[in-house]
Design a binder for this molecule. Structure first.
Ligand code: FAD
Ligand code: MLT
Ligand code: ZN
Length: 472
């Protein structure tokens, strides 16, 4: 890696213009730390190209100069993947000026959009033509399509529609040497060799810069029902999802599990959130059914399923939302957890996955081991139960000092990862590796898989200039 010279800056500015460069101390900080302020870096400059051609030229200039690039979208990632290192020699390449929706093809059920389009804008564009773009997550007002693809984002509707990998049909990518790969094909069938888009999806900016994508659209949802359910245990939640799947099939579009601790944090810190029941309960699930028919009998279906679960003592109490405002209030209890936990001081984020059937065993064993070794730590367990994906986040004990907690962090995380991997699970279900889990990935991933990953990286980015220090 080489330091950025004045000549390089001048050449880059000639490509992107003054509006495409950020170097001043007032505007730079927002590109140099993440949403939680958990990662900070220093950059020689931030470049904001406005077209694929400009991205390609900037990448080519950096490639020739031996300067490292850090691709960045909305900067909402949770593993430090979009943050430069502390050397001050890296260039942040922000895609946030590439915001064009290039094409909507309702006959092919596809939308083609640039990497800097905000997820919510993409959802709105689909809604305008009475279609659904189903990726849905708490950061959707700020995260970008490029970041969603680069992290293979998941969220709350994966159990019905899949994650970004399942939603993408084609990509346009600027390779580390500045060449443009035009793989913007809107095909559902294309067996002409290796499916290269899957190399870039989930690669967290280490193999190239995604500049645009062709994505699948689905029929618009015209009826929805949402319920908030209290349960005695995580085991009951696993049984409940089985009952609902059996009775409601594909209409199940959300099944989010939350521990009492998670909900308590939201009640304490997010204004306007209220408890739905008079008594606290150990676990909750937020259930959403949806249908493309305007008057689908979803309330009746869900009431039937919950009624069956009540008879089997799997459910303690349940309420169905009866207005849009109530639906929003229930989702606020779920979506507020990340922000609420930030108010409780330093925390450790984990996004493990195990087979759905192993979620109760994971929680039981990991709670016990952690509380034995680190008494008082607050376990904030919640997540996308239908995908076997648990956010098993840890806040420091009340009154413990930050330095003590920081010193325990690797040991705490190891207990959690050992448990997940011991149950044939993964150390990252949806947030990725970034800089946060790089050491852990080297420890827990199969050595042969790591060797193949390194070989792919060396082929596409032989000089290691594309987001160095991330993933591998
Ligand atoms: P960034 O944070 O900017 O970047 C993320 C990674 O992608 C970095 O490695 C970066 O280098 C790379 N990158 C960005 N753009 C490009 C590009 N165009 N080409 C190549 N590489 C690129 N994630 C989930 O999966 N499910 C959730 O439910 C979920 N909930 C969240 C809730 C909250 C409140 C927050 C703050 C985050 C949540 N996330 C969730 C994290 C999630 O990964 C991001 O929100 C999103 O996918 C990242 O998009 P971004 O544009 O912010 O990317
Ligand atoms: C979520 O599902 O809310 C996020 O992915 C989890 C997090 O912020 O830890
Ligand atoms: Zn999540």
């Amino acid at each position: 890696m080489t330091a950025v010279s004045d000549d390089l800056i001048r050449d880059i500015e000639a490509v992107v213009g003054e509006a495409g460069i950020v170097r001043d101390t007032e505007r730079m900080p927002r590109y140099l730390s993440d949403w939680r302020n958990a990662y900070r870096g220093v950059a020689a400059l931030v470049v904001r190209p406005a077209s694929t051609e400009q991205v390609a030229q900037v990448v080519r200039l950096c490639h020739l100069a031996g300067v490292a690039l850090v691709p960045q979208g909305g900067n909402t990632g949770l593993c430090g993947g979009s943050i430069p290192d502390m050397s001050g020699e890296q260039v942040v390449l922000s895609l946030t000026r590439m915001t064009r929706i290039r094409d909507v093809d309702t006959a092919n059920e596809t939308i083609t959009a640039e990497a800097g389009v905000i997820l919510q804008t993409l959802q709105d564009a689909a809604a305008k033509v009475e279609r659904l773009f189903p990726l849905s997550l708490g950061a959707q007002g700020s995260c970008t399509l490029g970041g969603n693809l680069a992290t293979n984002a998941g969220g709350t509707a994966v159990l019905r529609y899949g994650n970004m990998r399942d939603l993408a049909l084609g990509l346009e990518v600027v390779l580390p040497d500045g060449r443009i790969w035009n793989g913007l094909r809107g095909l559902r069938k294309d067996n002409t060799g290796y499916d290269l888009k899957h190399l870039f999806i989930g690669s967290e900016g280490t193999l190239g810069i995604i500049t645009a994508a062709v994505l699948k659209l689905y029929p618009a949802v015209r009826s929805t029902t949402t319920a908030w359910v209290a349960l005695p245990s995580a085991q009951a939640a696993v049984q409940l999802i089985g009952i609902i799947r059996g009775l409601c099939g594909d209409r199940l579009t959300g099944f989010e599990l939350m521990s009492r601790q998670s909900v308590e944090f939201v009640l304490s810190h997010i204004p306007g959130c209220n408890d739905r029941f008079a008594e606290p309960h150990p676990w909750y699930v937020l259930i959403e059914l949806s249908d493309t028919q305007p008057d689908a009998p979803l309330n009746e279906l869900l009431e039937g399923a919950i009624g069956e679960a009540l008879e089997r003592a799997l459910v303690i109490d349940a309420v169905l939302a009866t207005s849009e405002a109530q639906v929003a209030a229930l989702w606020a209890l779920r979506e507020g957890i990340s922000e609420a936990q930030n108010h409780e001081g330093p925390s450790l984020k984990h996004d493990i996955s195990v087979p759905v059937s192993s979620i109760p065993a994971f929680i039981e064993a990991t709670d016990r081991r952690l509380l034995e070794r680190f008494p008082g730590v607050r376990i904030v367990a919640y997540g996308h139960l239908g995908d076997g994906n648990l956010h098993y986040n840890i806040s420091k004990p009340v009154g413990a000092d930050d330095a003590w907690f920081k010193a325990q962090q690797d040991a705490i995380t190891q207990v959690i990862y050992d448990a997940a991997v011991g149950l044939q699970g993964s150390i990252s279900a949806e947030h990725g590796i970034g800089q946060a889990k790089r050491t852990a990935a080297a420890r827990y991933k199969d050595p042969l898989e790591l060797e193949l990953m390194r070989a792919i990286k060396a082929t596409l980015d032989p000089h290691g200039l594309m987001n160095p220090g991330k993933v591998i």
